[in-house]
Design a protein around this ligand. Sequence first.
Ligand SMILES: Nc1nc2c(ncn2[C@@H]2O[C@H](COP(=O)(O)OP(=O)(O)OP(=O)(O)O)[C@@H](O)[C@H]2O)c(=O)[nH]1
Ligand SMILES: [Mg+2]
Ligand SMILES: [Zn+2]
Length: 383
Amino acid sequence: MANDKNKQKHRISFRKNRGNRSRQVDFTREVDLSSEDDEQTSRVVDLPHTERLTGKGALTRNRTVIAETDEAGELVLDVDVASCLRGRVLSPIGLNSLVQSEDGRLFECTVRRLVRTMARDGRNAIVAGDWVLFEPQSDRLGVIQRVEPRKTTLGRGSKRHEHIIVANIDQIVIVVSANEPPLKPSLIDRFIISATKGGAGVLICINKADLVDPAELQMLIGIYGRIGCQVVLVSASTGAGMDRLRTLLRDRQSVFTGQSGVGKSSLLNTIQPGLARATGEVSNWTQKGKHTTRTAVLMPLATGGWVVDTPGIRQMELWDVLPEEVEGYFVEFRPFVSYCQFPDCSHTHEKQCRVKQAVRSGLIAAARYESYLRILSGQDEDD
Ligand SMILES: Nc1nc2c(ncn2[C@@H]2O[C@H](COP(=O)(O)OP(=O)(O)OP(=O)(O)O)[C@@H](O)[C@H]2O)c(=O)[nH]1
Ligand SMILES: [Mg+2]
Ligand SMILES: [Zn+2]
């Protein structure tokens, strides 16, 4: 049984959503009601309007649920632990989740509605990589009762909401291709920000080395090496560099991410045959690639650890990064920012800007500074 000391009744208010929603942004918000009585802070959660709660009218809007509060003061749903198994979400399957129990069995699980309701954003209530407690209903079906707090995440903005792609990974493998589709360094910079923000490490993997002269890539490899990123140059076609990549994945939890067509699935299949399912042909004339991998899926590595293949993306929209925070993600700016004339220097139009001086004198790579400007101006990467 859980510790009674932390267990309290919490009044959770559910707001019904009838008719059309007028506000599209700021979907989920928190309201502090704690000053009224000595109950903990209650949360008012806007629900997606497709989701319906039982009962009618204001009387049934407030439900009391038993919940615990964790160290961070977050509400944690109380569940009958004895009837549950602990498991890892391997992938979403439609609205359900494929969960592997700690003893290795697979269950297709639905989600207890309160789990969705109490999540900050119902869409991200359960994602691949989550650790969950679920109640088995049969030898292959179950109901997720609780989600454990996430240690790391990889997320991006998508249609004005955050989309968490995967949770509890150690490193993000940013896959780019040396050519076909052409390499976009600014996409790498966005992924570095997203990985850093979500608490994961970064490995930059340049694939399709067979298509170019490696000398052409030396500058790029140097830029990222200098800011402390691991870079590997590989070819899924020839097998070059694959041993080093395998070593970097061993016993770790890694997610492969990058544009469509760069060869994420091909690399995974080279690392271990059958690891990724379908690989598609890059469509020649657009060079944008076909989207062949549909959802994030966790797969065990024979050498220990897990890898996650993800669908390719065209644009990497950052989520919840304020303009003044962007410079903090460009580690090589740090030695210079405190010497700018203005303490709030944005390193764009200001005079006496030490960051711009460092770019001019080659101490900061021009390509990285250009990325900084694009991210700051909210410009999307053209695809
Ligand atoms: N020349 C060359 N082609 C490669 C290499 N790796 C992959 N390809 C080709 O690139 C195309 C796309 O590969 P995929 O593995 O499907 O790419 P992906 O990144 O998984 O794409 P999505 O699933 O759409 O995100 C396929 O035609 C592969 O055969 C490589 O090292 N060299
Ligand atoms: Mg793929
Ligand atoms: Zn400056």
